[in-house]
Design a binder for this molecule. Structure first.
Ligand SMILES: Nc1ncnc2c1ncn2[C@@H]1O[C@H](COP(=O)(O)OP(=O)(O)OP(=O)(O)O)[C@@H](O)[C@H]1O
Ligand SMILES: [Mg+2]
Length: 327
């Protein structure tokens, strides 16, 4: 787990009012007993299980408008706009380094844009501080690119982490939720195992169980099938579909995996040079007029499409020209 991932999990650990403690008389819409501080603020905002009225009336659950983000001199998002509709599976594709993970991190407030606006459920969230972001984050599960499990904790403890941080459930209630989450990812009975005893596919499933244990409305998946064999990858695809069909979860899937995209996507968007350049069904995007999009969806390497290759070639040419001038 890297620092950003740890920060996301620990960011959930902000002032919590436990059941029965002073100032927490409100019944919890999730567990029916009490609210943690974050969930109480979410209920105050009217954003758990209710549609919020706010300045954005587009109907999109998540909305990013005109985002710009640079790291030093590197422009990653450049007038980036994307709407995520509720209860659908949106797949984000694009070449390595184009900014897919950066986009997901903006959706959960792990990164702030240099310019532009982000809305969740009609409410602007890009300017919220950590306290006010917490209730939004409760509604968004994130499956990190590298699973990000705590290696020294058992499977049960990993999944229990958000339950301890955000609910007032008793140990017995938490055990029920853990068993339920494990059964949703087809790993019933794995509570006592350590992450090191699991295969890559099983680790992804445990990370997914942790991402969904609080029953979020949105799940963001960063490369959920990378590194898995085709059968295990298909198992993850099935889980993504099942969450959408049985629980109505809004899925946002970042992937390079063409088979996976084809299987799970209601809609595919392709990112290039800091913005979305293609948007439609998989079949529509595969026929897109932009040759780079066509090549990407066909899994066809064309050197001219590769920005890093182009930059390297330009730098090499410039260096050769300098040497020639000196000679
Ligand atoms: N915190 C950061 N600080 C500096 N640069 C960053 C940071 N996060 C991302 N970048 C840079 O932004 C660019 C986009 O990164 P990102 O991780 O979003 O790529 P990606 O599209 O997810 O790639 P991949 O498919 O390889 O996962 C990269 O050049 C990366 O080095
Ligand atoms: Mg990435």
């Amino acid at each position: 787990m890297n620092m950003a991932e740890a920060r996301f999990l620990v960011s959930l650990h902000e002032p919590i009012v436990r059941i029965g403690s002073e100032g927490c008389p409100t019944p919890c819409p999730r567990v029916g007993r009490g609210l943690c501080g974050a969930a109480r603020r979410a209920a105050d905002m009217g954003s758990i299980n209710e549609t919020n009225s706010g300045p954005d009336r587009s109907g999109a659950l998540l909305r990013m408008v005109g985002l710009r983000k640079s790291f030093g001199g590197l422009k990653v998002l450049d007038d980036f706009s994307l709407d995520i509709p509720e209860a659908k599976t949106t797949v984000i594709m694009g070449p390595s380094g184009c900014g897919k993970s950066v986009t997901l991190k903006h959706m959960v407030g792990l990164l702030k844009p240099d310019a532009g606006e982000i809305y969740f459920d009609g409410r602007r969230i890009d300017q919220l501080d950590e306290n006010d972001l917490a209730p939004v984050r409760l509604q968004i599960g994130l499956l990190f690119q590298m699973s990000a499990l705590f290696d020294s904790m058992t499977v049960a403890e990993n999944i229990e982490f958000p339950l301890i941080e955000h609910t007032s459930m008793t140990r017995a209630q938490r055990a029920v939720k853990i068993a339920e989450a494990l059964s949703r990812v087809d790993l019933a009975g794995a509570e006592k195992k350590l992450p090191s005893e699991l295969s890559g596919g099983q680790r992804k499933r445990i990370a997914l169980a942790r991402a969904i244990v609080l029953r979020p409305r949105v799940v963001l998946y960063d490369e959920p099938t990378t590194g898995l064999d085709p059968i295990r990858a298909d198992g993850i695809n099935e889980l993504i579909l099942r969450l959408n069909r049985t629980l109505g979860v809004t899925n946002v899937v970042v992937t390079h995996d063409l088979v996976s995209a084809q299987k799970v996507a209601d809609r595919v968007v392709v990112m290039l040079e800091g913005r979305i350049v293609a948007d439609g069904t998989y079949a529509q995007v595969a026929r897109h007029e932009d040759r780079r999009v066509q090549n990407f969806l066909a899994g066809r390497y064309v050197r001219d499409d590769d920005a890093d290759e182009r930059r390297l070639a330009e730098e090499t040419r410039a260096a050769a020209a300098r040497q020639e001038a000196q000679a």
